[in-house]
Design a protein around this ligand. Structure first.
Ligand SMILES: Nc1ncnc2c1ncn2[C@@H]1O[C@H](COP(=O)(O)OP(=O)(O)OP(=O)(O)O)[C@@H](O)[C@H]1O
Length: 598
């Protein structure tokens, strides 16, 4: 609760103060109104009464009525403003925390993903709801205290009975709140899967396969089954809640009814006035209604707080990878990168992916990684970027362990293209400019990078040139059919490459399958371009196209996570080992094969 209130104080101190002030005033109004009603009724029913003694309280009562009708609108306005500001700050802190994760591990851990989903669910709405509930609780407490004092004056035992009658409802609601949070946790994986199926069924990326293989109905069926399971869990809880709430409601109603009988009898015996009865009845109703409201509010707040616990867990989680409090600055690479006896597996349950890898990438040199599918090439690249830490061994940047360095600075000295590069639903200029956000709007540099990737001509001739959206998902309404365009796979690859080339001064260029989607001529052209671009730069090239890597200074063959051979093309061919076998097999594929007889 303290964390939420601190959030509100930082986000909107004036709105919070206004909300609290109005809550106190609004809480006092019904109590004042009840006392004034009693006074008016007693004056009117007194044997001798002058209009003077009634008019004053009646006018005050009228004033309270006006205030009670105006204040809620002001309070609503302030609450809404407070909610928006608290929600904005909470959401911003959540994504700042997610963004501060150095590695990828948490994005692959199902428990962490469930927690993140719950934090996302409650990130924007829950903190304002908790603040609103806390204010509501304070307001109800003041009103109840006022009416309870009145009841104590009229009949202390009745006051005690009314207060006690609300306890079972309070306890029941708190128990139910816990159960609701438990349910939210239980259904979270199902809901995450449901969102995934919803994405599959409604996305342009998946539409082709879903139609070709006719799997839409299968996915729809699975999604329906998951939703039914979620609904069944909620129904069970609703039934349990209805049963649990009935008993406490009967206890409260019976206590109220007993109070009414006692009051009528007391009037008959001359112990109470008509005004007293009016005060007593509104007191019982207000205390019981208020306490029932408090029970629900406490339960809802409790539930929100439990959910908010996930938000706090995400926003205050320890770093996923250890980063020194004062990391060393990353100086330009002068000697090279070295992997020293690197062992890595994705988790203790997985097999080793890299097994004692020793490798040096000298400054200014091009190292090519080749090997079978699953040999560990992309994993090695990810370790160099410090998306994971080796379990044993170390990676050295000019002799310094990269765990000692600032990950952001380290990455700012790298660039390149990943095998699964992103296709952003943004303009062509932004798709390239994101490679170096400092130059997001530097058209000249963006065009230069596009030209290096052989894409400038294509992008210039798009309907809006570089401002054309490379997606039809977010095309502006009314802009016509030609606003957004879809690029071909190879064109996208060139855009991804241009993004990687934008950071021209990067110390290490990583090219993970940069030409896999290109036609043979384009591939040749891109490799010539990259060869020129790589000259004198440190680069790491991963490719299955062995013809593309033959010019590398060092070719490293990975197999089952181990380096089985390394050398330049001629050395490796001379050795007649794994590389030579792979190279020959690929070369044979291009040799003239006898025509298949008709
Ligand atoms: N995030 C991950 N979690 C668990 N295992 C993974 C993960 N990423 C890769 N692996 C496993 O690690 C092994 C090496 O994968 P990696 O992607 O590094 O191979 P690769 O040599 O790049 O293969 P390819 O040539 O097919 O791209 C594979 O067995 C793969 O299943």
């Amino acid at each position: 609760m303290r964390a939420v209130l601190a959030l509100a104080v930082v986000a909107a101190p004036a709105a919070l103060a206004g909300v609290l002030l109005l809550a106190v005033v609004e809480a006092a109004l019904p109590v004042l109104a009840a006392w004034l009603t009693k006074t008016v009724l007693d004056s009117l029913s007194a044997p001798v009464t002058g209009t003077g003694s009634v008019l004053g309280p009646a006018a005050a009562l009228a004033g309270i009525g006006v205030a009670a009708s105006v204040l809620p609108h002001g309070a609503k306005l302030l609450h809404a403003e407070l909610g928006r500001r608290v929600g904005l700050l909470a959401q911003d802190r959540l994504y700042a925390a997610v963004n501060s994760l150095t590695g990828l591990g948490r994005f692959e851990d199902p428990a962490a993903l469930d927690r993140l989903r719950l934090a996302q669910q409650c990130g924007q709405d829950t903190p304002p709801q908790i603040v609103a509930s806390a204010v509501g609780l304070a307001r109800s407490t003041i009103t109840i205290a006022g009416f309870a004092a009145a009841l104590v004056l009229l009949n202390p035992w009745l006051a005690l009975a009314v207060l006690l009658s609300a306890v079972p409802a309070l306890l029941t609601e708190i128990r139910l709140a816990r159960a609701r949070v438990g349910t939210a946790l239980t259904v979270s994986p199902l809901e995450r899967r449901e969102s995934f199926y919803a994405f599959l069924l409604g996305s342009v990326q998946t539409a082709k396969e879903i139609r070709l293989f006719g799997i839409g109905d299968h996915l729809r069926g699975t999604m329906r089954r998951d939703r039914k399971a979620i609904n069944a869990t909620h129904s069970r809880l609703d039934r349990r809640a209805a049963l649990a709430q009935t008993g406490p409601a009967v206890v409260a109603a019976a206590t109220g009814a007993g109070g009414l009988v006692w009051a009528v009898d007391a009037v008959a015996r001359g112990q109470l006035t008509v005004g007293d009865v009016a005060l007593l009845l509104s007191g019982i109703a207000a205390v019981q209604g208020g306490l029932a409201g408090i029970a629900v509010m406490v339960a809802v707040t409790h539930q929100h707080l439990l959910l908010f616990g996930h938000y706090l867990e995400v926003t205050t989680q320890p770093p996923d990878l250890p980063v020194r409090e004062k990391p060393l600055p990353v100086e330009p690479l002068t000697r090279g990168l070295e992997l020293r006896d690197v062992w890595f597996r994705y988790s203790a349950q997985h097999d080793w992916v890299l097994r004692g890898v020793n490798l040096t990438i000298p400054v200014g040199g091009t190292v090519a990684l080749v090997g079978d599918n699953g040999a560990g090439k992309s994993t090695l690249v990810k370790l160099l970027c410090r998306f994971y830490d080796p379990e044993r061994g170390s990676i050295l940047w000019d002799g310094t362990d990269i765990r000692e360095l600032s990950p952001q600075e380290l990455r700012s000295r790298m660039s390149g293209i990943f095998q699964d590069f992103m296709r952003y639903d943004l303009s062509a200029a932004e798709n390239i400019g994101l490679g170096d956000v400092a130059h997001l709007h530097d058209t000249a540099r963006i065009r230069q990078a596009a030209a290096q990737a052989g894409m400038d001509g294509t992008l210039v001739s798009l309907p809006r040139g570089y401002d054309t959206m490379l997606s039809r998902t977010f095309a502006e309404e009314g802009a016509g059919d030609h606003d957004g365009v879809e690029l071909s796979g190879g064109q996208w690859q060139r855009v991804g490459l241009a993004r990687g080339l934008l950071r021209g001064a990067a110390d290490l260029l990583i090219l993970d399958e940069p030409s896999s989607g290109l036609d043979p001529e384009a591939e040749h052209e891109i490799h010539q371009l990259l060869l020129a671009h790589r000259a004198g730069r440190t680069s790491l090239l991963v490719s299955h196209r062995l013809n593309a890597v033959r010019g590398a200074d060092l070719i490293v063959v990975l197999r089952g996570g181990e380096i089985v051979e390394q050398g330049d093309h001629d050395e490796l061919m001379g050795r007649q080992g794994r590389y030579a076998a792979l190279f020959r097999r690929q070369a044979e594929g291009y040799a003239d094969a006898p025509a298949v007889p008709r």
